[in-house]
Design a protein around this ligand. Structure first.
Ligand code: ATP
Length: 269
């Protein structure tokens, strides 16, 4: 479904990504880890179409990614991306209105009734059916991310892009969000790309884990080389040696290694 062929992305002299060659099947759930600044969000932007490749190709169904976000691709960011002055229901209905080409953000008549029905259904599904009239500031962080997920799913996307969506949430709430995303992934038959800083989360969710890392580093020209995908691992049984190798790769040099008592596959799902 998705293919990168010798894909490069630079900003001026700063080479961010280089030589990416990947193939993704429909229904894959890809988690992406890597040191800060190595281009994970940039890769999501290339998929979203808000950035274009500097070299090479990124294809969806054999066609270059359209250089504009479309309803086939939904996105959720770490920072809550909802409209603060609108209620939960209005937020989702507004997302629907903005998806229609060539119109302003207003819906009338039948289109409005249909959008309302769809919005209520999706909000029910993400567990916000009881909060339709609340404003975002009256929601917890987890609830705000549920709202952002509802907005992202409204266009019935085939591809869901998640950029550290649970990074700001408490561990207990993150667990609930994991279950939600897994159930939506199955039900909507989504292809998911999710950036995370949490290696355990990366190994727990999804079907494939990618590690972004720079293979070449020139200390005199730190921007000269970009990151590639250095590991592409099926998620399942995790070799402890590889787990620790990746953990070392993605942790900033000044952070001490955490004591890992259990590996993800030893935990209960
Ligand atoms: N619009 C832009 N213009 C110029 N440089 C950019 C732009 N967007 C990103 N970059 C640069 O690209 C590099 C990769 O950034 P990116 O946000 O993709 O990294 P990341 O791996 O997602 O980082 P983090 O884990 O900290 O979120 C950084 O050096 C960043 O400064």
């Amino acid at each position: 479904m998705i293919e990168a062929r010798n894909l490069w992305k630079s900003y001026g002299d700063n080479v961010v990504l280089e030589r990416l060659n990947i193939k993704v099947q429909e229904g894959d759930f890809i988690t992406m880890v890597g040191a800060s600044g190595c281009g994970k969000s940039t890769f999501l932007k290339l998929l979203l179409g808000t950035e274009g490749p500097s070299k090479g190709e990124l294809l969806i169904d054999g066609q270059p990614v359209r250089q504009e976000p479309g309803p086939d691709r939904g996105v959720v960011f770490q920072k809550y991306s909802v409209f603060p002055h609108m209620t939960v229901l209005e937020n989702v209905m507004a997302a629907k209105a903005f998806q229609r080409k060539g119109v302003t953000g207003w819906l009338f008549g039948k289109a409005k009734t249909t959008a309302r029905k769809e919005a209520v259904a999706i909000l029910d599904q993400v567990g916000l059916g009881h909060t339709l009239e609340r404003y975002p500031h009256q929601l917890s962080g987890g609830m705000q991310q549920r709202l952002a997920i509802a907005q992202a799913l409204l266009g019935r996307p085939r591809i869901l892009l998640l950029d550290e969506p649970f990074g700001a949430l408490d561990p207990g709430i993150r667990g609930e969000m994991h279950q939600l995303v897994l159930s939506l992934w199955r039900e909507y038959k989504l292809t998911v790309f999710m950036v995370t800083h949490d290696l355990k989360e990366g190994f727990f969710l999804g079907t494939r884990l990618w590690v972004f890392d720079r293979l070449r580093i020139d200390p005199h020209a730190p921007d000269a080389y970009g990151a590639s995908i250095t590991y592409d691992l099926p998620v399942g049984d995790v070799d402890p040696k590889i787990y620790h190798e990746i953990d070392d790769d993605i942790r900033p040099a000044f952070t001490p290694a955490p004591q890992v008592e259990t590996l993800p596959h030893e935990q209960e799902n």
